[in-house]
Design a protein around this ligand. Structure first.
Ligand SMILES: Cc1ncc(COP(=O)(O)O)c(C=O)c1O
Length: 468
């Protein structure tokens, strides 16, 4: 250990969060309908597997794109040789057009303002390196994607200060919550460099209202700080209200020629909208030429391979394909979301009303034995080990209210989703019968007397020290 760097040995990576521990437990006992029907069903992974058939049929009809060929001629050598960090122009053109199409072509993007990165993970970290120094802070609304602790803080030394949002208004951002977070950062002697939002939100599965976007724009303008909008789920909006991107909100206020236009940066990736997290394709879009130049230089550390860029440039230039894919994928996501919501309702469990994403934000507060994060961890362990579902506790997303869970619906078959709903229903029935609730009350008394296991304590204390 002594021979290693502080970075290599510090624990701010966040891998001991229940979010990642759930994945590890799933790996030890993964559900398979034939080989392991009693195994754990993975509902903690925001993967989109619903439209692979559309991608596969495009690949079958366009064999040249994946076969290193253009007009029937091999371009293997061209792709295999050195690529500079600016990316293939044909791919950048196709990607900005795809981004505009997802936003209903209400906005346009200039490929010269785009920086390619190895996924949104790399895009977010690169932006931190460009916009903040170690010890400076970004404000993030809670609940937020658990990976941000790693992506924004770990290697950069940047701090996250939470903007506390609550269920009382559907976890929307308010002016007072923003101001409070800003004051909190100042109390901790942290210089605030910006706000980072995820729109549509992971884990809420909702899009931001025009009022929220306007509030954020006015706030960053008044404080003269940056705004990063992670729009990785922008193509998944499957229900009303319709999606308003940060670019549209800025343009509606005619802010193109103001400072704030240069202070807003968008993060995108094909991991969710096209369901290609393994391809590692992400991007930063910024109107700030200095940020674009710095991020381009930094992108050397996480480029997208030429082969992948070539394949996707051909795929995304096929307008018939993109328009069919976007519509069909959203239709399928809506169907899945409806299945999950009604399955949970049947088990007496409600969800925040969602209109986007690959998951629902599920309210299990009534199933807690007490209104504490220890009780949330106990429920999570029961659901993981006894019910066989890996879902993500709200505490791993830094939610301030115990009892909320993120449940994914797009990474499994319909049959598996139905099975998961049967399992949860039987579980709820078993714990709400009289005898069981007596037992549970007894268990609560016993467990209060006993000290919590070291493991549970470690998880909950980690999750509730977002400032660490
Ligand atoms: C909000 C958000 N940002 C970034 C990422 C990372 O995405 P990528 O696979 O493109 O690195 C995720 C992945 O779940 C996410 O939900």
């Amino acid at each position: 250990m002594k021979l290693l760097s502080r970075k290599a040995t510090c624990n701010s990576h966040g891998q001991d969060s229940s979010y990642f521990l759930g994945w590890q437990e799933y790996e030890k006992n993964p559900f398979h309908e034939v080989r392991n029907p009693a195994g754990i069903i993975q509902m903690g992974l925001a993967e989109n597997q619903l439209s692979f058939d559309i991608l596969e049929s495009w690949l079958a009809n366009n064999p040249d794109a994946a076969g290193f060929k253009r007009d029937g001629e091999s371009i293997f050598r061209e792709l295999a040789l050195f690529q500079d960090y600016n990316g293939l122009p044909s791919f950048k053109n196709a990607l900005v057009e795809f981004m505009a199409e997802i936003r209903g072509n209400k906005v346009r993007f200039d490929p010269n303002n785009l920086v390619l990165t190895a996924g949104a993970t790399s895009a977010n970290e690169t932006l931190m390196f460009c916009l903040a120094d170690p010890g400076e802070a970004f404000l993030l609304p809670t609940p937020y994607y658990p990976g941000f602790d790693r992506d924004l803080k770990w290697r950069t030394g940047v701090e996250i200060v939470p903007i506390h949002c609550s269920s009382s208004n559907g976890f929307q951002i308010t002016g007072s919550a923003l101001e409070e977070a800003y004051q909190q950062a100042q109390k901790r002697n942290l210089k605030v460099k910006g706000v980072l939002i995820t729109n549509p939100s992971n884990p809420l599965g909702t899009t931001m209202s025009r009022d929220e976007l306007n509030l954020l724009i006015s706030f960053v303008a008044a404080k003269d700080i940056h705004l990063i909008s992670d729009e990785i789920y922008s193509g998944t909006v499957f229900d009303s209200p319709s999606y308003i991107s940060i670019t549209e909100a800025l343009m509606d206020r005619n802010l193109e020629l103001t400072n704030v236009w240069d202070h807003v940066h968008i993060v995108y990736s094909l991991s969710k909208d096209l369901g290609l997290p393994g391809f590692r394709v992400g991007a930063i879009y910024s109107n700030n030429a200095t940020v674009v130049a710095a991020a381009t230089k930094m992108s050397s550390f996480g480029l997208v391979s030429s082969q992948t860029q070539y394949l996707l440039s051909v795929m995304l230039s096929d307008k018939k394909f993109t328009s069919n894919y976007i519509t069909e994928n959203q239709k399928r996501l809506k169907k899945r979301c409806d299945m999950l919501v009604s399955g949970l309702k049947n088990a007496g469990i409600g969800c925040l009303k969602s209109n986007a994403g690959l998951f629902c934000w599920v309210d299990m507060r009534h199933l807690l034995i007490s209104k504490t994060f220890e009780a949330e961890m106990e429920l999570w362990k029961k659901v993981l080990y006894e019910v066989g579902l890996n879902i993500s506790p709200g505490s791993s997303c830094h939610c301030t209210e115990p009892g909320w869970f993120r449940v994914c619906f797009a990474n499994m078959s319909e049959d598996t989703l139905n099975l998961s709903m049967q399992r949860i229903k039987s579980f709820v029935q078993s714990i709400t019968t009289d005898g069981d609730s007596r037992n549970r009350r007894q268990t609560v008394r016993n467990s209060r007397r006993r000290s919590l296991t070291k493991w549970v304590f470690r998880l909950s204390s980690y999750d509730h020290e977002p400032e660490r």
